[in-house]
Write a protein that binds this ligand. Structure first.
Ligand SMILES: Nc1ncnc2c1ncn2[C@@H]1O[C@H](COP(=O)(O)OP(=O)(O)O)[C@@H](O)[C@H]1O
Ligand SMILES: [Mg+2]
Length: 386
């Protein structure tokens, strides 16, 4: 075996992103250990070692570090303090804990972006309902506004829209009445949401994937259309923005930058994820080296593969429709279209709005891919049997 395949990789989080990282790591013969509290998490059946441990238990992290040469993670809501201690002891963690800490808190993250002059929606930290009212008044802001928890938010779970003064109390209560730190954000009237995946190696080499166009339903990613239907000028603007973003969050590994294109044409940075991203799943079918493969290559010190896209593609998330033992419906019917690729994560339990699977439709034109993807929405479903 060569030195690369002798390397052992540790992944914090054994959900769908961890699982897809392992599928790529295994293609190159790497040993992979996973830390995840759920016994039958999606990654458990394909990893070499599953450390069943809470994301805040130092012992679990230490055990993982002992078993592997390099640690990465599939999501950012993990214990950075424990990881920092391990990093200081010489364990390799990518992306770095310094970058992880900046990104974990959305207020810190946005402040870092703002400080270097990057375009972000106006935002402010708020502690109570009076703060919210004052900030709106002082800045003559118009409704709607977006209230967000600064930490632990994902799939819109830390967000609440404020449509009028009477929503302030409801939104404040929904997000824990100040128990979790909050920030208020100007609401961007969106033309489009887009995202872009970037991967950087230990040597500083970088590859960038095409811009993807995203549609959200209830703040959860629903569909990704690639390549994004944007002008060359907007594409150039995004590339110059992401270059600056990556100077702020300089680190090894895969990152995703979510951006807003406003109705007035302005481009804003929404947020940055220090990991492969749901909007980059299309790269599995239509990019020479996908986001998971390049992430693995980056963290073990290998050169990156080509990120060029071969064909248009549309990715659709399948969320749980009901609670109970998970069941995928419509696979045989879906596969009648030979351009359909289904990824079922293997979560035992379906919950309403839980990400259970995704599919990607590949076609010669974007319109054909959109049509194929739309048709499948009624056919492929995940339900919970009680
Ligand atoms: N300031 C904003 N203006 C308009 N829409 C927003 C704003 N902030 C968030 N959203 C919407 O909510 C979605 C989820 O918000 P985001 O901040 O990305 O949180 P999460 O961590 O849950 O992904 C975004 O993709 C977007 O559709
Ligand atoms: Mg987001």
């Amino acid at each position: 075996m060569n030195t690369y395949c002798n390397k052992k990789i540790g992944i914090i989080g054994g959900g769908q992103l961890g699982k897809m990282m392992i599928l790529e790591a295994k293609r190159l013969g790497f040993y992979v250990a996973v830390l995840d509290p759920t016994l039958n998490c999606p990654a458990s059946s394909i990893c070499d070692l599953h450390i069943v441990s809470d994301f805040n238990d130092a012992e679990g992290y230490k055990k993982l570090a002992k078993h592997v040469d390099v640690i990465t993670y599939e999501f950012e809501h993990i214990n950075a303090t424990i990881l920092e201690e391990l990093e200081q002891k010489g364990h390799k963690i990518y992306p770095s804990v310094k970058t992880l800490k900046k990104i974990q808190n959305k207020y810190v993250q946005k402040s870092e972006l703002k400080a270097v002059g990057l375009p972000v929606p106006r935002f402010e930290k708020v502690s109570n309902e009076k703060d919210i009212e004052n900030w709106i008044k002082d800045n003559e802001l118009k409704y709607p506004l977006m209230l967000k928890t600064t930490t632990s938010g994902y799939d819109g779970k830390g967000n609440a829209v404020i449509n009028s003064a009477k929503d302030i109390e409801v939104a404040y209560k929904k997000l824990g009445s100040g128990k979790t730190e909050l920030m208020l954000e100007e609401f961007v009237l969106l033309d489009k949401e887009v995202s872009i995946i970037i991967c950087t190696t230990i040597n500083g080499d970088r590859e960038i994937y095409p811009v993807a166009e995203n549609t959200h339903v209830n703040s959860i990613l629903d569909t990704t259309i690639t390549p994004a239907r944007i002008t060359e000028a907007v594409n150039e603007e995004i590339l110059s923005i992401i270059d600056k973003v990556m100077q702020v969050f300089e680190s090894v590994g895969t990152f995703c930058i979510e951006l807003f294109i406003a109705k007035n044409g302005e481009v804003y940075v929404n947020e940055v994820a220090p990991r492969p991203h749901n909007s980059g799943h299309y790269t599995i079918e239509v990019c020479f080296a996908n986001q998971f493969e390049n992430h693995i290559r980056a963290i073990v010190g290998l050169p990156l593969g080509c990120t060029k896209q071969t064909k248009p593609a549309v990715m659709v998330n399948l969320l749980g429709e009901s609670d109970g033992t998970a069941k995928l419906i419509g696979l045989e019917e879906a596969y009648k279209d030979k351009n359909v690729h289904v990824h079922y994560y293997g979560k035992a339990i379906s919950k309403i709005d839980r990400k259970m699977a995704h599919y990607t439709v590949v076609a010669d034109t974007i319109d054909e891919a959109i049509k194929g993807a739309e048709k499948l929405k009624k056919i492929l479903r995940v339900v919970g049997n009680v």
